[in-house]
Design a protein around this ligand. Sequence first.
Ligand code: DX5
Ligand code: ZN
Length: 217
Amino acid sequence: MTTKIAPSLLSADFARIGEEIASVESAGAAYLHVDVMDGRFVPNLTWGPKIVGDLRRLAQLPLDCHLMIEEPERQIEAFRAAGADLMTFHLEATAHAQGLLGRIRALGAKAGVAICPQTPVALLEDLIDDCDLVLVMSVNPGRAGQRFIPRAMEKLRQARALIDRRNPSCELEVDGGIGESNVRDVVAAGANVVVMGSAIFDGGDPGGALRRLRALL
Ligand code: DX5
Ligand code: ZN
C-alpha cells in the first residue's frame, strides 16, 4: 500500500483556505483531514456541516472528517449531506460504535473509528470487520502542534496486526505530532494514512512542505 498523506486543515489559514487546499492538492495529498470539535468531547470548537459543505465545493480530494464530538450518532446524516466522504468517530464518544459504523456505510460514506491514547487497540477486536479505517491518535485530541506520544508506535503495530489478520482492506491512520522527524517511523509501524497539520501548514508553504515530507517516504 502506498502511504497517503492527509493534511489537517486545522492548521491552515482559513482566510485563504481555497489557496491552501489547492496547494496541498497539487503537491500530492490524498485526503483533506477535517477536524470537527464540539467543545464537549474536546474543549475546542471548530466547525460544523456548513463549513464542511463549503470545503466540499472548494476541494477535489475526499474529505476525511475526524469527528471529535459527543454522540456522533446525532450528527452523521448532516455531515454526510454536507459532503463528508469518510467519517471517523471516537470509540470513547458513543455506546453504539458497531451500529454507527453500519449507519455511516449505509449513507454511502466510508466509516472509521478513532481511539485516544488511553484506549487499547484490543477494544477494536469486535469492530474491525465493520471498519473502513482505524485512527490511532498519537496525541490527546483537541489541538494541533502537540508532541507525539511514543506509545502510539506500539499501538500502530498492534492495529496493523489486527487489520492484516481480520480486514486487510481497512486503512490505518495516525494523527498528532507527526513531521519530518518521525513520519517514516509511523509508516514502518504500519500506518498507511498519515495526518499532519502544523508540519504542513505552519511554515507558510504547504505545498513545499508536503513535497518534502513525501520525499522522505
Ligand atoms: C488533533 C487533531 C489533529 C491535529 C494534528 O486533535 O485531530 O488532526 O490537527 O495536528 P499536528 O499534526 O500539528 O499534531
Ligand atoms: Zn484529526
